[in-house]
Ligand binder design. Structure first.
Ligand code: ZN
Length: 121
């Protein structure tokens, strides 16, 4: 792979930290004293990844059997940000929603798939 891997973190609905590598979502499988082992969230997929405890990507193994999900990840990130702000600020949720949708420059497709404000509150 010639381009560097883009990694970030998102938080799942259950509050678990998930790793996003190049728009594929990985879940933490196990942690040892030096290494965190991740595997692709798609249960049919066999791709695994390793990071050190500082979340530096060490290696990715295998090929995904499915396309990446940039839209899904964008939506999950959006929900996470809106929820976090709703908890920590007194800003009304509809306002947070509008501000964050504008800030994240969501594509039309993503906006169509966004949860309603009711779902977020
Ligand atoms: Zn995969």
């Amino acid at each position: 792979m010639t381009t560097p891997n883009e990694i970030s973190f998102i938080v799942s609905q259950k509050g678990k930290k998930m790793l996003n590598i190049n728009n594929f979502i990985f879940k933490l499988n196990k942690t040892t004293g030096t290494t965190k082992y991740y595997r692709c969230e798609d249960s049919r997929c066999t791709v695994t990844a390793r990071t050190d405890l500082q979340d530096t990507l060490l290696n990715i193994k295998g090929d995904h059997c499915h396309p990446p999900e940039p839209e899904e990840i964008q939506i999950r990130t959006f929900k996470q940000v809106v929820k976090a702000r709703a908890i920590s600020e007194s800003t009304p949720i509809p306002q947070i929603y509008d501000e964050e949708a504008a800030r994240m420059d969501l594509s039309t497709l993503s906006i169509a798939a966004l949860p309603s404000q009711r779902e977020l509150s």
